[in-house]
Design a protein around this ligand. Structure first.
Ligand code: GLN
Length: 488
């Protein structure tokens, strides 16, 4: 097995047929993880090696009963609760915090035989687009260690891209799965709002947050999505009913007669011409597969960033009020009275970007400003959702770039929050409208950096998005692996 390019689907098949053991897979993964971690810093914590080996051996003993993820090493973003490793959210305020329970997605992964290998680095509480906002230092992009892996699920993306894990979970509030997937040459899905349980996901902006999978191929990503999606009575926003299985229907969906919408607002100023060229070639590949294109308008797109940063920050300011030194995590024990304890705990415990968000959100929600800011943003959110409903009367799904540029250099945008926010320009609308959206690799730039193409669908149309991704994968030359010569 070539570990640089091994897929979860191949490994699972080899384990099931007995040509590979879960013990071999975990051994190889631990070796790669240890070798590459000093350069990448993908993880905030990793499980004890002996425990990992014991778990793999138990899976080998269980044989075919072990489940669809049997023996696959999986990284989990560190804002998703796990009992056996801390959940810090990349924040000093939760440093060393241990959850008393596993998130539903983690329970589901374990029940399917997946091996939780470690907790992946992230921008503090998911706030960022580069993983540079982690209180514990940035993660680097395996394709070029001078560059960011994207964010906020940058640790998850770097781990899978470098083979330190074979699959990963991220969370996506405004693009945090798809943008790092695009920057790291991976497939990443932001599921329909309500498809995957948020029980055990530390809340950033509850009306936007969704957990989703990252993998090296469409089939791998679908495999993990099928395991984690499903109704959960412990999350009041989880939608009842079964989800259509995506992995099995991948090669059965024909694109003949499918209409793909090309929203004009996603191909304007600020889009790097190299990215545009690659995405247009991707669209041609879908047309070769039988799809037709229609030009679409999502007229309120230009308000999306402003609306998102008001809604997300307002919700964040409420969600983060619980970190006050009383119940969870860090407390400034030097303070003389309760008020100063609250203030200095939050002053010391939160990083700059988190404080900026809390200030913006508190302002937008405050009496006298609520109607002008928060309410207005919610109205724009409604208009964007209507734009998509209208677009889907004319087409089956939309195709856009995932990001306006490829991975940027570490430090390039750290002093310019607006420039950082603009790297999510194509991803946030799917969160505002609750739609599923998939990023799939779509070639490399002249510098050898991965490019992502995004498919946005109607609610619950994950199977169509995955199938389109699979058609694209079959038609485009593979981008290869980080550090290798491209095969294209
Ligand atoms: N980059 C966006 C933000 O900073 C999105 C983050 C996310 O999806 N968690 O809010």
């Amino acid at each position: 097995m070539d570990w640089n390019s091994a897929t979860a689907t191949d490994i699972a098949r080899s384990i099931a047929s007995g040509s590979l053991t879960a013990r071999d897979v975990i051994g190889e993964t631990i070796t790669r993880l240890d070798r590459l971690e000093p350069g990448l810093h993908s993880f905030l914590s990793v499980r004890n090696h002996d425990d990992l080996v014991r778990e793999a051996e138990a899976i080998d003993r269980a044989g075919t009963k072990a489940g669809p993820l049997a023996g696959l090493p999986i990284a989990v973003k560190d804002n998703i609760c796990t009992v056996d490793l801390p959940t810090s959210c990349g924040s000093r305020i939760l440093e060393g915090y241990r959850s008393p329970y596993d998130a539903t997605v983690v329970e589901r992964i374990r029940a399917a035989g997946g091996i939780l290998i470690g907790k992946a680095n992230l921008d503090e509480f998911g706030m960022g687009s580069s993983t540079e906002n982690s209180a514990f230092g940035p993660t680097r992009n395996p394709w070029d260690e001078k560059r960011v892996p994207g964010g906020s699920s940058g640790g998850s993306a770097a781990a899978v891209s470098a083979g330190q894990a074979i699959l990963a979970l991220g969370s996506d509030t405004g693009g945090s799965i798809r943008q790092p997937a695009a920057y790291s040459g991976l497939v990443g899905l932001k599921p329909t709002y309500g498809a995957v349980s948020r029980y055990g996901l530390v809340a950033f902006a509850s009306s936007l947050d969704q957990i989703g999978p990252l993998g090296r191929t469409v089939a791998d990503t679908a495999l993990l999505y099928d395991v984690i999606s499903g109704y959960d009575p412990r999350d009041s926003t989880s939608v009842p009913g079964s989800r259509p299985a995506t992995a099995r229907s991948l090669d059965r969906t024909d694109l003949k007669g499918i209409k793909i919408g090309i929203p004009e607002e996603y191909f304007t100023d600020g889009l790097d011409p190299e990215i545009e060229r690659a995405v247009r070639l991707g669209i041609e590949a879908l047309v070769d597969a039988g799809a037709e294109t229609v030009s679409i308008s999502i007229p309120h797109t230009r308000f999306a960033i402003s609306a998102y940063y008001l809604v997300a920050d307002s919700e964040a300011s409420a969600n983060l009020a619980r970190y006050d030194g009383v119940r969870y995590g860090y407390r400034d024990s030097q303070a003389d009275d309760l008020d100063s304890m609250y203030c200095s705990t939050r002053q010391i415990g939160f990083g700059t970007e988190v404080k900026r968000r809390i200030l913006i959100g508190t302002y937008a929600l405050s009496s006298g400003y609520y109607d002008a800011w928060y309410l207005q943003a919610m109205k724009v959110r409604g208009l964007i959702a209507i734009d998509f409903e209208r677009a889907f009367e004319k087409c089956d799904f939309l195709v856009t770039p995932t990001t306006p540029t490829a991975a940027f250099l570490l430090g390039e945008k750290s002093d310019d929050p607006l420039a950082m926010y603009l790297s999510d320009i194509y991803t946030i609308s799917a969160n505002l409208a609750g739609l599923p959206a998939l990023s799939v690799p779509c070639g490399l730039t002249g510098n050898g950096l991965p490019i992502g193409i995004q498919f946005m669908g109607k609610p619950w149309n994950e199977p169509v998005l995955f199938a389109a991704g699979r058609h694209l994968e079959k038609r485009l030359a593979p981008i290869g692996c980080p550090g290798e010569e491209s095969t294209s």
